[in-house]
Design a protein around this ligand. Structure first.
Ligand code: ATP
Ligand code: MG
Ligand code: FE
Length: 349
């Protein structure tokens, strides 16, 4: 069947249509600009924007796919984790579509959606694979077998800030516009990464091999900026951006490749908004090639939040015969990533 995927966990309203692992069409609207002057997503503003954009975005995705609602055979929706108001809007919309069309509803985990995005271009996800999830809220190394059926093994997570959060916070310190990740990526093109010395956190021989820590990096960047100003100068933004990007890319890619070699796994999948970063993409390519590891990174437009990735995980669940969610499915703003389908328990929480 054609699976309609709906995403609204943060500031993107996304709808996508997937059938048998093939993306048929998608549309995304973002309330990002409305949050820019607050320096972060304001949940109430995001929720209102989802209410406003939801039906038009679904219509747009259908138009692009050359389909109508009557073609939809199942609906998948992000039920968590995320901001509760924004999640409520997506889940309410998904229930309305599923109920009125008489098709099954699947409440799914947002991060499983990010992983499934890597299965949309051609080949299915290899089983098993190591997945590096890097986004605004998460930095995790996972061991994934059958994404639709098996429990996901957490190899390591960040102990403090997520990589995207670090990009965003340092961008703010450097006076770059929100969202910070893309701004740092752009600024870094003109910078010299060796002009500023930044640490490589948790990279010593006795540190946990797959855990990350980024708050120290943020502090080190802030101290460097202060020192520049104290010395009467202004910080050279491109150099600082390049150094930060290099420190993050170096740490992420080294640990991800190590997770593959330690576990004898031949494929690394990198997903999440931060996977859009040009240096992270280049360095993972280089290091995976050197280690004989096959690298899978979704195309840029499928890296940040979107509905196609939610349709993709819904499609995997449907094809694996997973049980649909109950119609009283509720959101779970802090859902743990054990399974792609959110546990029916979420319905009674
Ligand atoms: P989560 O998926 O964890 O709930 P989220 O929805 O905020 O969090 P995404 O939309 O997947 O995350 O990614 C957004 C993050 O990606 C932001 O922190 C943003 O700065 C970062 N980002 C986007 N593009 C780039 C880039 N080119 N370089 C670095 N970071 C980037
Ligand atoms: Mg976002
Ligand atoms: Fe996300």
């Amino acid at each position: 069947p054609v699976v309609l995927g709906i995403e609204s966990s943060c500031d993107e309203t996304g709808a996508g249509l997937v059938r048998d692992g093939v993306l048929l069409g998608q549309a995304v609207a973002s309330s990002m600009d409305e949050h820019a002057r607050y320096g972060g997503v304001v949940p109430e503003i995001a929720a209102r924007a989802h209410v406003h954009a939801m039906a038009p975005v679904v219509r747009e995705a259908l138009d692009r796919a050359g389909l109508t609602l009557a073609d939809v055979g199942a609906v998948a929706v992000t039920a968590g984790p995320g901001l509760s108001g924004p999640l409520q809007v997506g889940v309410a919309a998904a229930k309305s579509y599923a109920f009125s069309l008489g098709v099954p509803l699947y409440g799914v985990h947002h991060l499983a959606g990010h992983v499934a995005a890597a299965a949309l271009e051609g080949e299915p996800l290899p089983n098993p694979c190591v997945v590096l999830i890097v986004s605004g809220g998460h930095t995790s190394l996972l061991l994934v077998r059958d994404l639709a059926r098996d429990p996901i093994v957490h190899l390591g997570d960040t102990l403090d800030d997520a990589a995207g959060e670090c990009f965003d916070k340092v961008a703010r310190i450097l006076g770059l516009p929100y969202p910070g990740g893309p701004a740092i990526d752009r600024a870094a093109r003109e910078g010299n990464p060796n002009a500023v010395r930044l640490p490589r956190p948790l990279s010593g021989p006795n540190d946990p091999p797959y855990a990350f820590s980024f708050s120290g990096l943020k502090t080190a960047a802030a101290r460097w900026v202060e020192a520049q100003r104290a010395a009467g100068g202004e910080p050279h933004v491109p150099d600082a951006a390049a150094a930060l990007q290099e420190a993050i890319a170096d740490t992420l890619t080294r640990k991800a490749v190590r997770a593959c070699t330690d576990h004898g796994i031949g494929t690394l999948v990198v997903v999440g908004g931060v996977a859009a970063n040009s240096r992270i993409r280049a360095l993972t390519e280089q290091r995976c090639a050197a280690a004989g590891i096959t690298l899978r990174v979704p195309p840029l437009r499928l890296c940040t939040d979107n509905g196609a990735m939610i349709a993709a995980i819904g499609d995997l669940l449907v094809r694996s015969g997973a049980a649909p969610s109950p119609m009283n499915l509720s959101i779970d703003p802090s859902a743990p990533l054990e399974y792609a389908a959110l546990s029916p328990l979420a319905a009674v929480r």
